[in-house]
Design a protein around this ligand. Structure first.
Ligand code: ADP
Ligand code: MG
Length: 296
């Protein structure tokens, strides 16, 4: 029934905050005055999944780790459970993917952004047992790659920011968000044709990024039709040429595609009436665009 994403720098105190949130929510659930559907709080973390810190040493090793996390969280989403995902969750696209999964399950959700300065993260990292430490290089790399959550985008909101100076967490507000907040509509694509321009721009950026990474993952250079999994609820097929496709090539087409469509969005112009800015429609347009350009 509820889903909480924790995000923050490595060794910024995410697991410490998670325990505070868990204790607060468990007390709420146990309170005799509460008669809602929630029965338990489950924490999914790199530690509980046996993902070692060294998985973040290079981004190739990270992918299977994220895959494991994602499959597990989909299995654990339940009507009686508050699921807290205590991991770095630093990639915007990954938070978006989790949001889509939670939306499919009609879960209420929120994001908690745990903030500590890079200096404190380094300092706190040293206090960990040896097998729980990040190497300096990995710590710096992750801080550099970190994509900050934003309350402006639907997949990070509502967003609670907890600073290192704060003793506790906003437990009551989190409780309200996951028990009374809006349930995001499971099929937003039909509603998205009247989106605000900023949302449409995010969707454009996000959807094309997902497709670029899906093509990079799936293309083997043999050519022919390839299945792409853009989000858990959106699968597409693309016809690829039988040659090696590079990331820079795809990114160039992505930029061209975005430039063309951004103009239409910001001008609010429409092609013969309404333009559909749903994920699905953007994804189909971009796949067609790629098929045409990759052939050349
Ligand atoms: P993360 O889950 O973000 O990697 P942890 O919560 O495991 O971070 O904390 C990393 C280390 O920093 C732990 O050794 C923890 O005891 C310490 N730590 C966390 N929060 C604080 C704090 N507010 N003050 C001092 N040390 C802290
Ligand atoms: Mg942790």
């Amino acid at each position: 029934m509820a889903f909480i994403t924790i995000s923050g720098f490595p060794s910024s105190g995410k697991s410490t905050r998670t325990q505070q949130i868990k204790a607060h929510l468990e007390a709420k659930i146990k309170n005799p005055e509460y008669s809602g559907p929630l029965k338990q709080v489950i924490v999914l973390s790199d530690d509980s999944l046996g993902i070692s810190r060294t998985a973040y040493d290079d981004s190739r090793a990270e992918k299977p780790a994220r895959g494991t996390l994602f499959t597990t969280l989909q299995r654990q989403m339940n009507a009686d459970t508050v699921l807290i995902v205590d991991s770095l969750n630093y990639i915007k696209g990954f938070r978006y993917q989790m949001y889509c999964a939670a939306r499919e399950m009609k879960l209420r959700m929120c994001t908690v952004y745990v903030v500590a300065t890079p200096e404190l993260c380094h300092q706190w990292n040293l206090t960990r047992p040896d097998d729980g430490k990040y190497s300096d290089k990995t710590l710096n790399g992750l801080i550099m790659r970190y994509e900050e959550p934003s309350s402006m985008v639907r997949w990070d909101s509502p967003l609670f920011t907890v600073l290192w100076t704060e003793g506790g967490v906003p437990g009551d507000q989190i409780w309200d968000a996951i028990t009374e907040g809006n349930v995001k509509p499971p099929n937003a694509s039909t509603l998205q044709s009247v989106k605000a321009p900023s949302d449409a721009l995010h969707c454009l950026e996000q959807t094309t990024t997902s497709i670029v990474s899906a093509v990079m993952t799936e293309s083997q250079g043999f050519g022919g039709p390839v299945a792409l999994s853009v989000t858990p609820s959106l699968q597409l097929q693309i016809n690829l040429p039988s040659r090696h496709i590079t990331l820079s090539e795809l990114q160039r087409y992505k930029r061209q595609f975005i430039t063309i469509h951004k103009k239409a969005i910001t001008l609010g112009s429409t092609e013969k009436g309404a333009v559909d800015w749903s994920e699905e429609s953007v994804a189909h347009k971009f796949v067609t665009f790629l098929e045409e350009h990759l052939k050349a």
